[in-house]
Ligand binder design. Structure first.
Ligand SMILES: CC(C)(COP(=O)(O)OP(=O)(O)OC[C@H]1O[C@@H](n2cnc3c(N)ncnc32)[C@H](O)[C@@H]1OP(=O)(O)O)[C@@H](O)C(=O)NCCC(=O)NCCS
Length: 195
């Protein structure tokens, strides 16, 4: 199959190298690929009621967490998604996760996802991580447009999007099912060249 457009990111470009580690502009956060040693913190993260409110995935065992991390490694190789652990640069402690899902290289599209551990919330870790990820995605990887979507009831996530420069684009009605039913989803995006 051929196309009249030049791929934004030619297939094979990303997976030709190891998934990079990324440092936040202020140097305080290190985004790095997940490792098997992170399984315990990943498992703990998914026991948090706020996580269970906004995400439907349930992790029940250490093995579940290990398998998910192994899946993320394969997804980088397939260029379908990319997942980073957010670690504090000073002591290496993992405080959250940021990801590019549904990567579509022909047009340079992807969807961002993020969470932060309860004890680390309220310190701007998610927006700084999102900016770090966008810097890499636009300036180095060649993405054209990054989207993110949150429940219209998730005000904290809306603040993260705004602080990271993802403009609101409207409401997708009844677009995603949560544990308590269907939610309207607020769509945001940043496009290559946005401030
Ligand atoms: C949403 C989330 C990622 C925000 O991460 P963060 O690093 O705390 O982001 P910020 O520090 O910029 O705070 C964002 C907002 O969270 C709220 N907040 C502040 N302190 C908080 C705390 N201690 N606990 C929870 N929320 C807090 C505020 O509304 C804040 O906005 P403001 O800075 O305008 O007051 C985090 O709360 C989280 O992981 N929540 C559960 C999972 C989730 O909702 N993921 C997103 C799904 S779309």
């Amino acid at each position: 199959m051929t196309s009249d457009i030049v791929p934004a990111i030619p297939a094979g470009t990303l997976c030709a190298a190891a998934q990079p580690s990324l440092t936040s502009r202020d140097g305080e956060l290190l985004l790095r690929p997940w490792a098997g040693d992170d399984a315990a913190v990943l498992l703990a993260a998914y026991q948090d009621p706020a996580m269970q409110r906004w995400f439907v995935r349930r992790l029940q065992t250490h093995e579940d967490a290990l398998m998910w991390i192994a899946t993320w490694e394969r997804e980088w190789q397939r260029e379908s998604s990319a997942h980073w652990a957010i670690a504090r640069a000073d002591d290496g402690a993992v405080v959250g996760r940021v990801a590019l899902r549904r990567m579509e290289l022909l047009h340079g599209l992807a969807e961002c996802a993020y969470w932060v551990l309860p004890h680390a919330r309220g310190k701007g870790i998610a927006p700084r991580s999102l900016v770090t990820l966008a810097d890499w995605a636009f300036d180095e990887a060649g993405f054209h447009r990054l989207e993110l979507m949150h429940s219209d009831r998730n005000e904290a996530s809306c603040r993260v999007a705004a602080k990271a420069g993802f403009a609101g684009e409207g409401i997708r009605r009844s677009a995603l099912r949560h544990a308590d039913g269907w939610h309207d989803m607020h769509q945001h995006a940043r496009v290559q060249g946005d401030a």
